[in-house]
Design a protein around this ligand. Structure first.
Ligand code: CDP
Ligand code: CDP
Length: 211
């Protein structure tokens, strides 16, 4: 079983994907981390994120980078959405994600283009969303817990800028796959979001079985 979970920043897709992975005992890949690792490498090597060749050079990042807590910063998130707009960066990371999705026994991936590009053949697709205010509140809380002093307004502005960049790019933009179920978490607790996600997956799988 392949499960695709897509959505904008702080919509809850990572939390939902991890919970689904536990529920179905499937391996999980947070694909945003790959783009964040490219961004962190661009910064470490003092490359220019707006230059495609520079960003491509950072795609051979050290695997240890994936565990670096700095990847979770707001700054790296912004930089990730700059480097991820380059078609050659997406191409460099494509096979790794496709292989993960199509491994024996199935997988669950979360990101922006899982249902549209990485696994258009997924058995269940979720598009997780929430209002920009709710998402900014969640991200602001997370960043504060990690010691960041960024204001709520700044986090909201950054989320809006990232939504805009991710949706406007020509290669693999953030769009809902035609066959993805919408899950709006704006007014749902984490538990309620996860339960709803499981319900959606069960319904999709039952529908598939019936052919
Ligand atoms: O967790 P959050 O939604 O804030 O960010 P993320 O999923 O870690 O993604 C960081 C950035 O990587 C996004 O803003 C996108 O620009 C990019 N990304 C992408 O282009 N495609 C994906 N499948 C995943 C992330
Ligand atoms: O992966 P993505 O950036 O879409 O979001 P996330 O990391 O799963 O969730 C962002 C934050 O919102 C986390 O701190 C979650 O615990 C929280 N969250 C929430 O408060 N209510 C939900 N229904 C879902 C997530």
């Amino acid at each position: 079983m392949i499960i695709a979970v897509d959505g904008p920043a702080a919509s809850g897709k990572g939390t939902i994907a991890k919970a689904l992975a536990r529920h179905y005992n499937l391996p999980h890949l947070d694909t945003g981390l790959l783009y964040r690792a490219v961004a962190a490498t661009v910064r470490r090597l003092e490359l220019d994120p707006s230059k495609e060749a520079d960003a491509v050079a950072a795609c051979g990042f050290d695997e240890l980078t994936l565990a670096d807590p700095v990847l979770r910063s707001d700054e790296i998130g912004q930089l990730a959405s700059v480097v991820s707009a380059h078609p050659l960066v997406r191409a460099a990371l494509l096979q790794r994600q496709k292989r993960f999705a199509h491994q024996e026994g199935g997988a669950i991936l979360d990101g922006r283009d899982i249902g549209t590009v990485i696994a258009p053949d997924a058995d269940a697709k979720l598009f997780v969303k929430a209002t920009p205010q709710v998402r900014a509140r969640r991200r602001h809380n997370e960043l504060q817990a990690r010691g960041s002093s960024l204001s709520f307004d700044r986090v909201l502005a950054d989320i809006r800028a990232r939504d805009q960049r991710d949706s406007a790019r020509s290669t693999a933009p953030l769009i809902q796959a035609a066959d993805a179920a919408t899950l709006d978490t704006s007014f749902l607790s984490i538990d309620a979001s996860v339960n709803k996600a499981i319900e959606i997956v069960e319904a999709r799988v039952a529908l598939k079985r019936r052919g």
